[in-house]
Ligand binder design. Structure first.
Ligand code: PGA
Length: 262
């Protein structure tokens, strides 16, 4: 695992956007060999999306041969609901780049058969050749996508019940009322994330510091889903100083040493 500690959120986003652009360029996607990118929603990735859009508008990157799979979607929200993750992705990213909409995938939150929808999502990822790079964020409780603490470390795409903590955290988008946050969501599983050839997690702010500490310095545990990265051969966490606050001085030095030697 690589851990990159940047001064602030802006620098986390800049590094991440540059890295995605660089990985895509090295892959040289084409119509027959698209680059398959896993994507999150949330406040944290917004700065990355803004930079990717700017790079696209400057002519530095094209998404014409990119296929995307989002991590999750609320159950019961229509795609055009202002808080649905499909709407979030269209408004904050897809509508501003040259991606082909049919190449973008978000689980269908209006499905009448969640089990079937999830099985088909897994099949679609496989049919696309698997995910090359999965970008994700984390919750303050260490969740990755909507895999809340206690999720099986080999879980696949499925319907999950959200914890009260997550509904409170997300209530800022639902008039501050946790009751208005859907109680269930479809989410890729931890196993689905681990299948990606590379996983890149962005973490910002003090409210994520404990989860980051547990994932980096603690053992592998379903109680901190982010710790699953310990099982991945190519995982990168990019965080800011605030998110790194609970790490030991020696841990920070260790990861900084590794990066400066690269
Ligand atoms: P946030 O959400 O980026 O809005 O903090 C991340 C998450 O809950 O996974």
């Amino acid at each position: 695992m690589r851990l990159l500690i940047h001064n602030d959120y802006e620098s986390v986003c800049q590094w991440t956007a540059d890295y995605i652009i660089q990985r895509m360029a090295a892959y040289a996607p084409s119509a027959t060999k698209p680059f398959v990118l896993g994507l999150p929603t949330g406040s944290t990735p917004l700065g990355v999306y803004r930079r990717l859009i700017a790079a696209h508008k400057a002519g530095n990157v094209s998404f014409a041969d990119v296929t995307t799979f989002n991590m999750d979607e609320y159950l019961g929200l229509k795609p055009d609901h202002p808080q649905s993750y499909r709407r979030f992705m269209n408004d904050n990213f897809f509508n501003s780049i040259d991606i082909k909409m049919e190449r973008t995938h978000v689980p269908d939150g209006m499905t009448s058969n969640p089990e079937k929808e999830c099985a088909e999502y897994e099949k679609a990822i496989k049919a696309a050749g698997g995910i090359e790079l999965f970008m994700g964020g984390i919750g303050g409780n260490g969740h990755i996508a909507f895999n809340e603490p206690g999720s099986a470390l080999n879980s696949r795409t499925r319907a999950m019940t959200l914890t009260t903590e997550t509904r409170i955290a997300n209530s800022r988008f639902f008039e501050g009322d946790p009751q208005k946050v859907p109680s269930r969501a479809l989410t890729v599983g931890i196993g689905t994330v681990l299948d990606a050839r590379e996983v890149l997690i962005i973490v910002s702010g003090r409210q994520k510091a404990r989860a980051l500490q547990a994932a980096v310095e603690g053992g592998l545990s379903h109680w901190c889903p982010l710790s699953c990265l310990q099982m991945h051969e190519k995982a990168i966490i990019v965080c800011d100083e605030e998110a790194a606050e609970e790490l030991k001085y020696g841990t920070v030095r260790y990861f900084k040493d590794i990066e400066s030697a690269r």
